[in-house]
Design a protein around this ligand. Structure first.
Ligand code: CNA
Length: 327
């Protein structure tokens, strides 16, 4: 009996795979929804695997976090930016090379069948692989912004701070603050002069006071210029409106959804599945099963191996790493 069952299992597995191959043969507008699992083979840990960042943060215990998720929480960051900056160099995309999965997404684009790659990853490896139809749903290190004045700067400007575990403060804020302080000083000097001239003429009338001056000084809000944060979306921050706009458009065109290397735990990206028409087939490629995901086809295993095998069966050729780096 067990032999029959095993054979049945193998057969149903085979038909699942042949169905997946058929879907890839016929699809013209594929959405690839990717997550950290497609970059683990590049040496970048994901969040939730047994050896992922959350487990590492818990084991290290050096950050005194109640919950490892706090490392990427905007409220926590505002209060303790030094914690994120003491850790950020570990996830900063520096010398990583795209995986076969990234190059496979590029292959889909080259074949003209990629509608869009919605990536939750912040490592920019899709772009490095030459994928242009990519939406970085959770932003990236490519730019950084001041939390106070919102001035945006190219990401590399804060790279030295990340690498030396320092908090970068905003130069524009500093300039603005200095200019405001200068203007206030000049204004106060003017008022003092005016008060001096008017002394004795109208006692108690608009004579000003030290407390008034103090209030003016506080107008800036006091303290330091704003902290610069890489434009990666933290928990508690909204996604760029481009996400909704693209999804609204793409849901009309998509004919195959491929979800790859993600636990689909982070909303609103996890909700993409419910926004896509039910008639669109879904293929889920992941190392581990995810209880709340019920795709039409589930291919469990290492994502690089699976897409390499699928491509081989389809007679497609994944571009080699060198070709990718220069494309
Ligand atoms: P996650 O919750 O850590 O899930 C990753 C999933 O990938 C897990 O279900 C793993 O089983 C699976 N996986 C791991 N390795 C492989 C592999 N070799 N082949 C197939 N599957 C694999 O991460 P999600 O992406 O679901 O969560 C979204 C977060 C993770 C986003 O906000 C990201 O910014 C964040 N993140 C990004 C990176 C990156 O940019 N590379 C790294 C770590 C975290």
């Amino acid at each position: 009996l067990s032999r029959i069952l095993r054979r049945r299992e193998r057969l149903s597995h085979l038909s699942t795979i042949s169905q997946a191959l058929d879907l890839f043969r016929t699809a013209r507008n594929i959405i690839v929804l990717s997550g950290a699992g497609i970059s683990t083979s590049c040496g970048i840990p994901d969040f939730r695997s047994a050896n992922g960042l959350y487990a590492q943060l818990q084991q290290e215990g050096k950050y005194e976090l109640d919950d490892p998720q706090q490392m990427f929480d905007i409220h926590y960051f505002r209060e303790h930016p030094e914690v994120f900056y003491s850790f950020a160099k570990q996830i900063y995309p520096s010398n990583f090379t795209p995986s076969p999965c990234h190059r496979w997404i590029k292959l889909l684009e080259d074949r003209g069948v990629l509608l869009r790659n919605y990536t939750q990853n912040i490592d920019t490896l899709e772009s490095l692989a030459g994928v242009t139809k990519v939406l970085q749903c959770h932003g990236s290190f490519a730019t950084a912004s001041c939390l106070r004045c919102k001035t945006r700067a190219p990401g590399p400007t804060i790279e030295p701070y990340i690498m030396s575990s320092q908090i970068p403060y905003c130069g524009s804020c500093r300039q603005k603050r200095d200019a405001e302080m200068e203007a206030k000083k000049a204004y106060k000097a003017e008022r003092r002069k005016a008060r001096g001239k008017g002394k004795g003429k109208a006692k108690g009338w608009g004579s000003g006071s030290e407390s008034e001056d103090e209030e003016e000084e506080d107008e800036w809000g006091g303290g330091e210029p704003g902290i610069i944060k890489p434009d990666i979306t933290f928990f508690g921050q909204a996604l760029d409106s481009e996400f909704d706009e693209c999804l609204f458009k793409d849901r009309e065109e998509v004919d195959l959804l491929v979800i790859i290397g993600t636990s689909l735990k982070v909303a609103p990206v996890s909700e993409v599945l419910t926004h896509i028409p039910h008639s669109v087939p879904q293929i889920f490629i992941n190392l581990t099963p995810v209880a709340h995901v019920h795709p039409d086809i589930c291919l469990l295993g290492d994502a690089d191996s699976i897409v390499t095998w699928l491509s081989h069966e389809l007679g497609w050729k994944i571009p080699p790493p060198a070709a990718v780096a220069h494309s």
